[in-house]
Design a protein around this ligand. Structure first.
Ligand code: PLP
Length: 368
């Protein structure tokens, strides 16, 4: 990508209320562990409709805590999707458990529930479900498989904040749900994440683990367990509060952009626009099209030459060099995910992306 980017793929939406609340933190004496942290957690739990929430320093940190707090460890297997951001498998490896991949649904790009049961063994402890690109996985089927086999469920909702499945927010189905607030997500805190749960025990454990294994009521600097520094600072927590206030509006704006793309691309030759499955809402972390006839990379290059940044979301996890080395995965191990990975292209998606820019991007794509 040596050409100057005129239209980036993503951009955070920040306004005066965001600047104001951050500067109010700077005027106080609490830059960490202050009142905004607690308020952000409370407001977020209200939004997702879970009783407990624990703010952390990133989505990846949140996923690690989720795996750890559920007691998953060496020798355990966790079923997950190869078509996700690498963090959703790395968090399993951090605890020396093994990710067991299951191929995906061709239309939603989420884990295919029909293939989960075949992958269950006596070592399986949990299903880690990524909700990809802003749309929920098929939670009814996944939850009933989990119940039948007494497996725990971790939802990686880092790409799908605000998405609903049968009107229920993602992140609230499983034992634990994890969200991320990196600047390209639906809302941002700079870096940051959130772990939500229905279990007070899991919540307490996460809050202790994020703070060097210290618990409320412990003596200062007494660690009962091995912990980490996964705390979210007060500036980030404050930004989380002001971002969360406008989250529903921001999702609506993203939806408008997706609709404009849909209009331009729905009849384009060799292109398939995103599919929204039954009983689901989409919150558009990214707008991803499928490009057939092998022209994905060519179109990507042409867009780049026109100053339009795109991404080949997502490369499959099992073919990442270190994964191949560790587990011996080959091309063809998960054919649907690999095929989708060759065909998909993420187009610019951010609030403020103008109708004219969308037309400019789509015209270039339609030259096909
Ligand atoms: C963004 C993301 C994460 C977490 O990312 P951080 O950069 O650690 O906040 C985890 N899983 C998925 C699927 C993601 O898209």
């Amino acid at each position: 990508m040596n050409n100057k980017i005129k239209i980036p793929i993503a951009k955070p939406y920040l306004d005066d209320s965001d600047k104001k609340i951050i500067s109010s933190v700077l005027d106080s004496d609490f830059l960490s562990g202050g009142p905004y942290l607690k308020k952000f957690e409370e407001k977020f739990a209200e939004f997702i409709k879970t009783p407990f929430s624990c703010a952390v320093s990133s989505g990846t940190a949140g996923l690690h805590l989720a795996v750890k707090a559920l007691g998953i460890g060496p020798g355990d297997e966790v079923i997950t999707s190869p078509f996700s951001f690498i963090a959703s498998s790395n968090c399993i490896l951090y605890e020396k458990a093994k990710p067991i991949f299951v191929d995906i649904d061709e239309d939603t790009f989420n884990i295919n529930p029909e293939k989960i049961e075949m992958a269950i063994t006596e070592k399986t402890k949990a299903i880690l479900v990524p909700h990809i690109f802003g749309q929920a996985a098929e939670m009814d089927k996944i939850m009933s498989i989990a119940q039948k086999h007494r497996l725990m469920v971790i939802e990686d909702a880092c790409e799908s904040l605000g998405a609903l499945y049968r009107k229920i927010p993602v992140g609230s189905f499983g034992n634990v749900g994890v969200f991320a607030f990196y600047p390209n997500k639906q809302m941002t805190t700079g870096e940051g994440g959130m772990v939500v749960t229905n279990s007070q025990k899991v919540d307490r454990l996460c809050k202790s683990l994020r703070n060097q294994g210290r618990s409320k009521g412990d003596k200062w600097l007494e660690s009962k367990i091995l912990g980490y520094n996964y705390r979210l600072d007060e500036m980030s927590a404050a930004l989380g509060i002001s971002q969360l206030k406008k989250l529903n509006w921001m999702i609506k704006e993203r939806r408008k952009i997706a609709n404009l793309y849909n209009k331009e691309l729905s009849v384009a030759k060799g292109i398939k626009i995103p599919h929204i499955a039954l009983n689901r809402t989409h919150t558009w972390f990214v707008y991803v099209i499928k490009i057939f006839n092998g022209k994905r990379d060519l179109i990507m290059k042409r867009l780049s030459a026109k100053g339009v940044q795109t991404r080949n979301y997502l490369p499959v996890i099992h073919l990442q060099p270190f994964m191949q080395k560790m587990f011996g995965y080959k091309h063809g191990s998960f054919p649907i995910a690999e095929k989708i990975s060759r065909e998909t292209l993420a187009l610019p998606m951010f609030i403020g992306l103008q109708k004219e820019a969308i037309k400019y991007i789509c015209d270039e794509i339609k030259k096909n």
